[in-house]
Design a protein around this ligand. Structure first.
Ligand SMILES: [Fe+2]
Length: 286
């Protein structure tokens, strides 16, 4: 319980990132004091989970807009009807087996929209339906790795080596690596040229450095041969996702999860199958 904000409780996880927030109802505007306390917790824990929310698309958008400018995702075919800024992340299907949402979102480690020149700081994901096993345990967890803690764990020599390096991030690099890409259109590819970002990237708000590189998303490093760059990208990528840096989020219906893309990488675990249902709404905020 916070002395300044009676009713607000922030419970950190055991991992380097992640905290649960209780006592903040996001269906109505938060007071300035509670909002500021949540923002301070976000700067510190990088992944916040507001439990037990009951949100309309309008309420999710109102909260998102208070945080910053909303970015529209490149996978625009899965926008929520009437709300182009809300992406449906879901495995739901219609009777003909047609996908009703973006089902494969985040099935490999990544940080959101790093392929853009100005990646969004935050992603918000609101859980409408969560799959579970026969004993009621939730399935489909999302894992978050602290890329800042991983940077802190580097030896001095590596830190100096990567200090000025810029990695090249490619939109849908994984999908485009196969012979017949089906998940992306030529128009989407043309709209999203490669982007360059520091390998050791200072956080835009806190200034804390984090590793901002990921194999499968980064196709190289500026001015460095692939023979040297790709193994370096692999090595840093593997470091980030070591167990010691990971928070495992167990979803519950009503969770509004918000994460700090410059500080963490994440992966959605696909340990469930239709007709087990998973449905979420997502916004991204600059
Ligand atoms: Fe993601």
């Amino acid at each position: 319980m916070s002395a300044d904000n009676p009713g607000l409780e922030i419970r950190p996880s055991d991992a380097p990132v992640g905290a649960e927030v209780f006592g903040a109802d996001l269906s109505a505007p938060l007071s300035d004091e509670v909002f500021a306390a949540c923002e301070a917790a976000f700067d510190r824990y990088s992944v916040l989970c507001f439990r037990g929310q009951s949100l309309t698309p309008e309420a999710l958008l109102a909260f998102s807009r208070r945080l910053g400018e909303i970015k529209v995702n490149a996978f625009d075919q899965h926008a929520l009807e009437g709300f182009p800024e809300v992406l449906k992340v879901s495995n739901l299907q219609d009777e003909g087996g047609r996908a009703l949402g973006y089902a494969d979102a985040g099935s490999h480690w990544h940080t959101d929209m790093s392929y853009t020149a100005e990646p969004p700081r935050r992603t918000l994901l609101y859980a409408l339906e969560v799959p579970h096993d026969d004993s009621g345990e939730p399935l489909g967890p999302t894992l978050f790795a602290s890329a800042a803690a991983a940077y802190d764990a580097l030896d001095e020599e590596t830190r100096e080596r990567i200090e000025t390096l810029q990695a090249v991030h490619r939109f849908a690099a994984k999908e485009r690596g196969v012979k017949k890409p089906v998940a992306v259109t030529r128009e989407q590819i043309e709209k999203n040229p490669d982007a360059r970002h520091p390998v050791a990237r200072p956080h835009p708000k806190t200034g804390r450095k984090a590793l901002y590189v990921r194999k499968g998303e980064c196709i190289g490093i500026d001015g460095m041969d692939d023979a040297e760059a790709l193994p370096l990208i692999d090595r840093l990528s593997d470091l980030i996702v070591e167990d010691r840096f990971i928070y495992r989020h167990r979803w519950a219906v009503g969770d509004l999860l918000m994460w700090d893309n410059p500080a963490v990488q994440h992966v959605a675990i696909r340990d469930y199958e239709w007709p087990q249902r998973r449905a979420m709404w997502r916004t991204t905020v600059r």
